[in-house]
Design a protein around this ligand. Structure first.
Ligand SMILES: [Zn+2]
Length: 269
């Protein structure tokens, strides 16, 4: 069988503030006959329009945690899919699903698009590792990673039979749980909200995000050969080469700092 190539389209690569050229973090995973959206920030409908993907074609979405830069576009996504006959399967931790539902009720009181049969809520564990089959031969694995207190946050990994595997961790510090989840992946997509090189002397740990250097450390610990840096702080996002060098730290790790709209094909190594 021919090996599957999976495309990652970086719809947005920025952090929560998103006032520069980078919009809120969102990814689209595209494989033959399968696509999955990752995160639904405020501009998700526009981000999808930019790549000319009809909203109705989104059938799977993963949301890492309930903060607004990852969820505020969800009601608009559901609204724009209300005529779609295929279901939207929403994968997130239970409390994040609660937030998504609350956002829908607050945005369209009395309408209840989110209660339509074409929305299916798939609660993932917020205490442990979890696993789901998204489609035949496509597995989703998740683990809990540290973020702000009281905000359960999940990192995720996708494994394609006869194809690549990749992991995604955002809004978290460098941690063993991510390295464990991402073990041997073809690509790790990791938060780099800060930079030790561009922002020396700042204590980044209190913001529950990572530096480019820490993202590189996680990728190496996980044995990943490639790393893509996302959730970039607006000021550091203007210096992709510096961030890549910081994450690489004189090793052979391949580091990508994608721009909004970039498409990255992933093959299994
Ligand atoms: Zn965020």
């Amino acid at each position: 069988m021919e090996a599957i190539v999976v495309d990652i389209i970086f719809l947005g690569t920025g952090d929560a503030f998103s006032y520069g050229r980078r919009t809120h973090l969102s990814l689209l995973i595209k494989a033959p006959g399968f696509s999955m959206l990752v995160e639904a920030g405020p501009a998700i409908v526009q981000q999808l329009a930019r790549i000319e993907l009809p909203v109705a074609e989104i059938e799977h979405i993963f949301v890492s945690h309930p903060h607004g830069d990852h969820t505020l576009g969800f009601p608009m996504l559901v609204l724009n899919r209300y005529m779609a006959t295929s279901p939207l399967r929403v994968y997130a931790g239970g409390s994040t699903l609660d937030t998504l539902e609350t956002l829908c009720m607050a945005s369209f009181p009395g309408v209840g698009f989110h209660r339509l049969e074409n929305v299916q809520w798939q609660a993932l564990s917020e205490r442990d590792r979890d696993e789901r089959e998204l489609a035949p031969g496509i597995a989703l694995r998740t683990t809990v990673v540290p973020h702000a207190p009281g905000v359960p946050t999940l990192a995720a990994r996708w494994d394609f039979a006869d194809g690549p595997s990749f992991a995604f961790a955002t809004d978290t510090v460098s941690c063993a749980a991510t390295a464990e989840l991402a073990r041997g992946c073809d690509l790790l997509i990791h938060d780099a909200a800060f930079s030790t090189v561009l922002q020396p002397g700042r204590d980044h740990s209190k913001y529950f995000h990572s530096t480019a250097r820490q993202a590189g450390e996680v990728a190496r610990r996980a044995g990943c050969l490639r790393l893509a840096l996302v959730h970039l702080g607006q000021e550091i996002g203007e210096h992709p080469d510096t961030l890549a060098e910081e994450a690489r730290a004189n090793t052979s790790l391949e580091v990508i700092v994608p721009e909004d709209g970039d498409r990255l094909p992933i093959r299994s190594h």
